[in-house]
Design a protein around this ligand. Structure first.
Ligand SMILES: [Zn+2]
Length: 266
């Protein structure tokens, strides 16, 4: 029992991560092709498509089905991007790359971990349950790099802390600013003070909150649907929520500050 509970702690999993969810249109050429809680976004262009996040090892068939249900071809995916190098956002990448021949573009500070399947993760590197199939990175990205396809340009913002190369993606949907948050969350067990495997972690989180506050946001999206209450917003199909974005950034920043304060004291 104790061992099972311990293992459950080590391999955070949530039934909503694998629960299928019908794909839907968000705005302009942006679509949800993820599960009930794992964000996967299709950016459809006349020159092929961009997919953000491959999710779990078991997710690629779900994502493919969603893409096809929307009337697009899975093999027209030309570029694969991720929110960050954790198995719930990138474990399906190797399979999707095999099926689509897409180019995998990953932020520099997460690229090594993508290519070693999670073994170099600062927190979970010794934890086999967190490993994923390694995949080859075709283009290494840096802060503010652009990814362009068929008239759509996305900007990669490094928002580090959760992982060193955690990426928040922005793009325009018509006149609206879309922000896809990578993750500002401090996971259970993260050491923010005297962390030998990630010495600058607290400074990195502070940078992330500065960056997130500075981004103009109309349409608020993220690596998990729960960041922006996807299952509520789908009822009105209105994802424009600048206030919700601000509140989310301030709330997650407060969580970080509280945890930092607690760890600084002890
Ligand atoms: Zn994560």
């Amino acid at each position: 029992m104790l061992l099972a509970a311990l293992l459950a702690l080590q391999a955070p999993d949530n039934p909503d991560w694998s629960a299928p969810y019908p794909p839907f249109h968000i705005a302009a050429n942006v679509y949800w092709v993820g599960s009930k809680d794992l964000g996967a976004y299709l950016i459809a262009t006349p020159k092929g498509h961009i997919l953000i996040n491959s999710n779990l090892k078991t997710s690629p068939p779900q994502i493919q089905k969603s893409v096809e249900q929307l009337g697009f071809r899975f093999k027209d995916i030309k570029i694969l991007l991720i929110s960050h190098a954790h198995f719930d956002h990138c474990a399906g990448s190797a399979e999707i790359l095999r099926k689509t021949k897409a180019r995998y573009m990953v932020m520099a500070e997460d690229a090594k971990e993508i290519e070693d399947g999670g073994r170099s993760d600062f927190q979970y590197g010794q934890d086999k349950d967190m490993y994923f199939e390694p995949a080859k990175v075709a283009r290494v990205l840096h802060d503010n790099d652009k990814v362009t396809l068929g008239g759509t340009t996305l900007t990669a913002h490094v928002t580090p802390g959760h992982t060193p190369g955690c990426t928040t993606w922005t793009l325009k949907a018509g006149t609206k600013n879309v922000v896809i948050v990578g993750s500002p969350n401090v996971n259970p067990g993260y050491k923010l003070v005297n962390n030998p495997t990630y010495p600058n972690i607290a400074k990195d989180y502070e940078r992330t909150f500065r960056t997130l506050k500075a981004l103009p946001c109309d349409i608020f999206l993220g690596a998990h649907g729960s960041y922006f209450d996807m299952t509520d917003k789908i009822k009105t199909k209105n994802f424009t929520d600048p206030k919700g974005y601000r509140a989310y950034v301030l709330r997650t920043e407060q969580n970080f500050k509280n945890e930092l304060k607690k760890q600084t004291k002890t």
